[in-house]
Ligand binder design. Structure first.
Ligand SMILES: [Zn+2]
Ligand SMILES: [Zn+2]
Length: 219
């Protein structure tokens, strides 16, 4: 990879990588929503990325990363997560993602390697998401909605798409819903679309739309 990619292109790459990894459909409207831009902007950027050999466009299945695009995306993702580990030494857990998001684009290959060594090759980011190549580490963790009332669990992961919402992260941190914390499910109300947990002696209620992004294992 010789050409320097812009921060915008790098943002698209890492988002496409997450959606592709999770087997999520990649449609323009969804990308626009997740990136906070308009659908025509997404179309234009994807055209540029196609021209540059980073994605291929398919009428039915939408954009797909090329081998070159995937390699670039994995590098952005790795730089992002290593930067999060660096920043968590001085920032709140809930603030590391957004700060790392603006710094990640300036991290050189040399710094990336230094971070990786200094941080002793982490497999997960501080939110429990896998660095590229370590997807197997998180594979058996289940979303909160897979558990039953009374189940005791260990919170393991707050999904990348939830990381994008600073208010949500601040809420989760305030209620200790973070990787490594033990919790128990006390109530699930399907008609209300809510799940209630006891975490560190405190009760916290989440909507199903948030709970699907939080993963845990039996404890
Ligand atoms: Zn992040
Ligand atoms: Zn993270």
């Amino acid at each position: 990879m010789s050409t320097k990619l812009t921060p915008t292109i790098e943002d698209y790459l890492s988002l496409l990588l997450v959606l592709e990894r999770d087997g999520e459909p990649v449609v323009g409207a969804r990308l626009a929503e997740l990136l906070g831009v308009t659908p025509p902007t997404v179309t234009n950027t994807l055209k540029r990325m196609t021209r540059d050999g980073l994605v291929t466009m398919d009428e039915k299945s939408g954009p797909r990363l090329t081998e070159q695009g995937r390699a670039a995306a994995r590098s952005v993702m790795r730089r992002h997560m290593l930067t999060e580990w660096l920043l968590i030494r001085m920032l709140d857990w809930s603030k590391t993602h957004s700060q790392a998001h603006s710094i990640e684009h300036t991290v050189s290959a040399e710094l990336e390697e230094a971070l990786q060594n200094n941080l002793e090759n982490p497999q997960l980011c501080p939110h429990g998401n896998p660095l590229p190549g370590f997807e197997h580490v998180v594979a058996h963790w289940q979303p909160l909605l897979d558990f039953k009332v009374g189940d005791r669990l260990l919170i393991r992961r707050v999904h990348e798409l939830a990381e994008q919402d600073p208010d949500l992260l601040a809420f989760l941190e305030a209620h200790q819903l973070m990787p490594g914390k033990a919790a128990q499910i006390t109530e699930i109300l399907p008609f209300n679309q809510t799940i209630t947990l006891l975490v560190e002696g405190q009760t916290v209620t989440l909507g199903f739309c948030v709970a699907r992004y939080i993963f845990a294992e039996p404890h």
